[in-house]
Design a protein around this ligand. Structure first.
Ligand SMILES: CC(C)(COP(=O)(O)OP(=O)(O)OC[C@H]1O[C@@H](n2cnc3c(N)ncnc32)[C@H](O)[C@@H]1OP(=O)(O)O)[C@@H](O)C(=O)NCCC(=O)NCCS
Length: 196
């Protein structure tokens, strides 16, 4: 009986977190699994949508690697879109879009990941302090059932086909085909999943 009470007590904050997402204009379909409080923010007119069964793990304790930060999903321009498909799981990672980030059904993003479709600042040293989210942005598309390893970085313009595996700490600057196993900086294909 006490166990059931504790379980309900643990679920209570996620009710408030869901309400917060609704108030911020995030579109989500139930069930939505929120572990800890994610930080989601939308530029006016932009879109963040979470398919059914999405999990956002923002807690230090729930992930075996000990997440060091909440999940951060931010749209930075009025036309930006972040879409997570059915049963996508994200742990303690940042997704930041000036244009578009789409992640397909069943893909997992491991702890400490960073997915950014723009450079956030101008590269021209004369305008370095100005934020620039749109001009440098190129959409990122990640397919179905991919596995993005811990602390990987996915940069602008990358398309990953279905079943791609990205190794821990990889910096991915190019696109890869179905079932590619990618590792290193810059990310290179080190294998292919059998049977894909
Ligand atoms: C990418 C990964 C899945 C590949 O596993 P694998 O298919 O068993 O590959 P191997 O261990 O046989 O390695 C293949 C080659 O890639 C290299 N490699 C593997 N992972 C690497 C990585 N993360 N960074 C750099 N190089 C890597 C290996 O050194 C090896 O190189 P070699 O052929 O020159 O010897 C795995 O190494 C990895 O990074 N796992 C981490 C998953 C993770 O982050 N989980 C937590 C999520 S929260």
């Amino acid at each position: 009986m006490l166990g059931g009470f504790r379980h309900r007590l643990r679920l209570l904050p996620s009710v408030f977190f869901r309400l917060e997402l609704l108030l911020r204009g995030v579109k989500w379909c139930p069930p939505l699994h929120l572990v800890g409080r994610p930080w989601l923010s939308l530029a006016s007119g932009s879109e963040i949508s979470l398919g059914p069964g999405v999990t956002l793990d923002s807690s230090r304790r729930a992930n075996p690697l000990g997440g060091s930060m909440p999940c951060i999903l931010k749209t930075l321009s009025s036309k930006a879109i972040i879409r997570l498909g059915k049963e996508v799981g994200v742990s303690s990672s940042s997704l930041v879009a000036g244009n578009r980030i789409e992640i397909g059904e069943g893909t997992l993003v491991g702890a400490g990941g960073l997915i950014m479709d723009n450079d956030l600042h101008k590269l021209d040293p004369r305008g370095r302090w100005q934020n620039e989210y749109v001009q440098t942005s190129r959409p990122i598309k990640i397919g179905r059932n991919c596995f993005i390893g811990a602390r990987a970085i996915i940069l602008k313009g990358v398309t990953l086909d279905d079943h791609v595996v990205i190794g821990a700490g990889a910096v991915v600057t190019k696109s890869f085909g179905p079932g590619a196993v990618v590792a290193g900086n810059p990310g290179r294909q080190v294998g292919t999943l059998p049977g894909v």
